[in-house]
Each structure stands twice: as structure tokens, then as C-alpha cells.
Design a protein around this ligand. Sequence first.
Ligand code: ZN
Length: 289
Amino acid sequence: MISKEGKIIKAMSGFYYVLSDDEIITCRARGNFRNKDIEPLVGDYVTIKIEEDSLGYIIDIKDRKNELLRPKVSNIDYGIITVSVKEPDFSSKLLDKMIILNEYSNIKTIIIFTKLDKLNEIEFKNFTNIINYYKKIGYIIFSNKDEDIRDLKNKIKDKFVSISGQSGSGKSTFINKLSNNKLELKTSEISKHLGRGKHTTRHIEFHKIDNFYIADTPGFSSLDINFIEKEELKYLFSDFYNIECKFKTCNHIDEPNCNVKNNLEDDYSKERYNNYKMFFEEIKETKRR
Ligand code: ZN
């Protein structure tokens, strides 16, 4: 019996596929982590045992650096978000909600602004301010132009990334460009193999494309952040994370001497702050019901 270390890159029908030394080993879960109510996730670093029948058994799961909710994958290096700037129009609320979900899961965000070519000159100039603001508060930004895709590929070399975006955000076009249509091909082959109309959630996989791995997330039309406590929300806004107010517990809403409210200098920080306030109220209302 041999023991090995590896990483789960696919889960399907009760089997886990573990990448270990460039080899993929089919495994079942059989560790005592099951008593602790932990399920292996795609992305987990694991210890496996291989028995005579050559089937592997997952016996230990290492601590996760992060965990995404949809799809359930772990240890993501970058959470890529695609956002349309036109058709559908740019929505700062939608983008900020997606960023919050990454921040909540402790995942580094890369934002891809799509359809920039649909903006006219004045709109483009205005949008540059928005791009610069998100850069200023620590996010990595790319467009889906060819040269940006090339730089992005360098950035995510050997990394595990997830991609999420609203339906119509240009996500599929972006993925096709990023993967030279390989991902679409892979997922359609899997669908055919499973004999189902489409990709199902029972099958979760980090697809290897060139030298990086992608987990695609299902498209969505609305996002729920109401599982977050309203007092936690302020820690998910990198713009005012480091600002100290008179009261340590300040939520930057109605409190006196609030330095966040006093420091809203440029227009875009006001927009972000207004989103914050709106989300705060949304969460408060939901919990009251
Ligand atoms: Zn405050």
C-alpha cells in the first residue's frame, strides 16, 4: 500500500479524481474527516492511500485557504469576475456584490470588463475613472482584448481560477478567448458522455487549459448576499477597511464622527459607499423578517 499527496481536480458520481505527480488517480473518500462532517471538495489538497486494486482512498484533507459557495470548490488562487460595461449597462451594485462574495470567501479578485469597445469616446473616458478606482482599492483589472488576455494568461500560469459572471456579461466569449475554445469543447464532450442536456452540478471540475486550471460557475440573474451579517459587511469593502472611526464598532451608517463618511472624496467612492449602505439596509431588512 502506497501513500501519496495530491489535489482533487474533479468530483463525479461519488468518485474523486486526484492529481498527484502528473498522474490522475481515481479515489473514494474514506478518511476520519467524515466524522468531523467534512466533505472533500474539488480543489482540496489531500493524502491518499492506494491499495492493491489500484483504487485510491482519500484519508486526509489539508486545511483550505478558501472555499467558494457556487460551485463548491476550494483553494482558488483567483476569482475572476466578468462584468459588462454596456448591453447590459455597467452595474456597480452587481460588481460590488460579486466582489463581496469573493472577499467573504477570502479569494483574490480579478475583474474583466467586457464590451469596452461599445462605449463611445466620452463614455470610455468616464469609465476609465471607474477602472482606476477599482485598481486603487486593490483589484486586478483586465479587459477581454487580445493583449489583455495574453497578460492575464501570464498572471494565472499554474494557478487555479474560478470564473463567474451574470448571464449576458460576455463570460462565454471571454472563456472561449481565454481557452481558445478548449473549455467549451471539453464541457460539451462531458455532456454528451453523461447523456444529459447540459452540464450538471453533480460534476465539478477544474479544467486544465494550457498551464492553468478553470472552474466555471453557472450564470446567474441575481445574487444573494443576505447570509452575511450586516456588521461583517464593512470588512468586505477594501476602500474603508483601514479607516478608523471614533467608535471601534462604527458601521459607517449614522454614527457621529465617522471617518469613512467624512472621507468620501471622489465621486466613485461615494458610489461604492452608497452601495455599501444599500446592502447594509438590505441585509438588515432580510434578517428582520
Ligand atoms: Zn465609521
